[in-house]
Design a protein around this ligand. Structure first.
Ligand code: M6R
Length: 609
């Protein structure tokens, strides 16, 4: 999603803005740009493509000045192009960057066209800069004009704007997408996340929805959504300023896949004792919060929702009615909220707009409170939660989630173990504790399947479609395997519970359809094996991840490929079976030559609806 960096300082801000944009690259984008007040006018540089292209342009023609705004754009209205890249300019003296969607842009555009404003782009964002110019021409006061404009906007937005007549201040606003202020000595900055500004400060103010700020080098004036002057607390970021690097791996995704044993250890650290989940792991209010839970709604999107689907089966084992809800649907449903419903919000970024809105809706709708499972400290979702369990997987840069997913599952397993303890289900708690302890080593063993996965990837490389099958705890893992393959190799992939095959998807099976099946040694094994024979009988090529004691007797050996999985625990086997599927999607994408870390059209942090 779009990223914003802006600054007002004595020194030249362009290098700080470029570094900030580089640090926001992980969010996903298609073009980049910057506008700087260079002494007498606002000058702009924009490129279609990567920040490195912008850097090259700035090397040819530096933009030197102490006031500037910069942006990475992820197209929503208008195709990816230099013309649509931000900043947008009105006349020659106002420049603006925008993250989000202006829902009333058509009406505003019509009004501005009538008033004689010319549009140079296809974006919804450009209406804001022209409206700002129009209102400024009436008020002659940039601060007042900006505030009036914001009050006329509908939708979700983070904004930063500068005016050539004031080289020492900028205006920013937040309504939805994240925006933070970073405070230096005699200089101030704004950005979509703290990480973008860590090279210049660790002191931040997180803007709340409806906030507008007038930011000078030495001061910040802040209004809340009611238009009242407000002071917000400054926080010291605890994030590491380490620039993420690939440490010898070809891609961040591969590095992150291999970091999973450690990510799981980090999630468990200080939370798992010898025989139980440690009391106090979830904070002082946890026992009373968890203690009264009678129902659970798990709310998430994408991969995070699949983590929720696995955990649902653990919570149901504990006798707690649990549903898993896709956030973008939940937020618009008339949800009947049972008594004492705990909401579990799962999000690696902590900024997913649909998840945020669905959690807010659940709170308004009478939920008991939100438990956030999140990989981003200080993110929006953690701020609305009653209890936050940070997954501590470390920064995930690859758009395709891997270590954040296994860390989410680990955190959800800790919660299940702890609730079992509170309810006196010692057997479940002991089994979960033992399974969690054994998990990092089992993931190491699964990573060692790398070479065998290469052979599978060579078979799947030229296919147009793939089916993934699993049952029980492993059905969500088949969904995750299919999503990973789609996301980074662009092969169309679907997942089904194996028992559903006969109810439709079996019609798709022929020699061109690879079927990746998860067949662990569990109570559903015989049923899965018989589903696989049905596939083989129709000429489908099978790729089976088989539990250590599982024997599948192929009818045609050239159509069946089997990888023997390491021994796993019953409860946490999904975390181990997901590893070869991650490797498979990575290797297929590598062979197809796609952009693994930043797949087309996708963003890491989906901050718009
Ligand atoms: O940051 P979140 O966990 O809330 O993100 C949810 C999804 O957008 C995310 O999991 C997405 O599906 C990933 N690209 C999966 O690899």
């Amino acid at each position: 999603m779009c990223g914003i960096v802006a600054g007002v300082a004595e020194r030249s801000v362009a290098p700080i803005l470029v570094e900030g944009l580089r640090r926001l690259e992980y969010r996903g984008y298609d073009s980049a740009g910057m506008a700087v007040f260079t002494g007498t006018e606002i000058e702009r540089a924009r490129v279609l493509g990567k920040v490195v292209g912008l850097t090259e342009q700035l090397e040819q023609k530096p933009l030197v000045g102490g006031l500037g705004i910069a942006h990475t754009r992820w197209a929503t209205h208008g195709r990816p192009s230099e013309m649509n890249a931000h900043p947008h300019i009105s006349g020659s003296d106002i420049a603006l960057v925008h993250n989000g969607i202006i829902e009333n842009h058509e009406a505003l555009r019509a009004e501005l066209l009538t008033d004689g404003y010319n549009f140079a782009s296809e974006t919804d964002s450009e209406v804001v800069v022209h409206l700002l110019a129009k209102v400024y021409s009436e008020t002659k006061d940039f601060v007042e004009a900006f505030r009036q404009v914001v009050s006329r906007l509908e939708g979700a937005f983070a904004l930063a704007a500068i005016h050539a007549e004031d080289s020492t201040s900028m205006m920013i606003a937040r309504n939805g997408p994240p925006l933070v202020l970073g405070h230096g000595l005699g200089e101030n900055f704004a950005a979509s996340d703290m990480y973008a500004l860590l090279p210049v400060t660790n002191q931040f103010t997180v803007l709340e929805d409806g906030d507008i700020a007038h930011v000078t080098r030495a001061s910040v004036t802040l209004w809340d959504k009611a238009g009242e002057l407000v002071e917000r607390a400054q926080v010291t970021s605890t994030q590491s300023n380490d620039v993420a690097d690939k440490q010898g791996y070809k891609h961040y995704m591969l590095k992150e896949i291999h970091e999973q044993p450690n990510a799981v250890l980090q999630t468990l650290e200080g939370r798992l004792g010898q025989v139980q989940v440690l009391p106090g792991s979830f904070g002082p209010d946890a026992d009373s919060f968890f203690g009264g839970v009678e129902n659970i709604h798990i709310i998430a999107c994408g991969t995070s929702s699949y983590a929720g689907m696995v955990s649902r089966l653990w919570y149901e084992t504990l006798g707690i009615p649990t549903t898993v809800e896709i956030a973008s649907e939940y937020r618009y449903r008339q949800v009947a909220m049972p008594k004492n419903t705990m909401i579990i919000g799962i999000s690696q970024s902590g900024e997913t707009a649909d998840t945020m809105a669905a959690l807010e809706y659940a709170i308004e709708n009478g939920a008991r409170g939100v438990l956030a499972i999140c990989n981003a400290p200080e993110s929006s979702i953690t701020r609305l939660a009653k209890i936050t369990l940070l997954t501590r997987a470390g920064r995930e840069i690859g758009v395709a989630s891997t270590k954040a997913f296994t860390a989410q599952l680990t955190a959800l397993a800790l919660v299940a173990g702890y609730i079992a303890q509170l309810r006196g289900d010692d057997e479940f708690a002991a089994e979960m504790t033992a399974a969690l302890k054994a998990l990092p080593e089992q993931i190491v063993e699964a990573l060692a399947l790398d070479k065998q996965i290469d052979q599978w990837a060579e078979h799947i490389l030229h296919k147009d479609n793939a089916l993934f099958l699993g049952r029980g705890l492993h059905f969500p893992i088949s969904l995750e395997g299919a999503l990973k393959l789609k996301e980074i190799s662009y092969i169309h992939a679907e997942a089904y519970p194996a028992g559903e095959l006969k109810h439709g998807p079996l019609a798709l099976v022929d020699e061109n359809m690879p079927i990746v099946a998860i067949a662990p040694q569990d109570e559903l094994l015989e049923k899965v094996l018989s589903n696989l024979h049905e596939v083989e009988a129709r000429g489908g090529e099978l790729f089976i991840l088989a539990g250590e004691g599982v024997n599948y007797e192929p009818e045609q050996s050239n159509l069946v490929h089997i990888i023997k999985m390491p021994a796993v625990s019953r409860l946490l086997s999904p975390l181990v079976y997901t590893i070869p599927l991650q490797l498979l999607s990575y290797k297929v994408a590598l062979m197809r030559g796609t952009d693994v870390d930043q797949p087309r059209n996708l963003a890491k942090s989906v901050t718009v609806e």
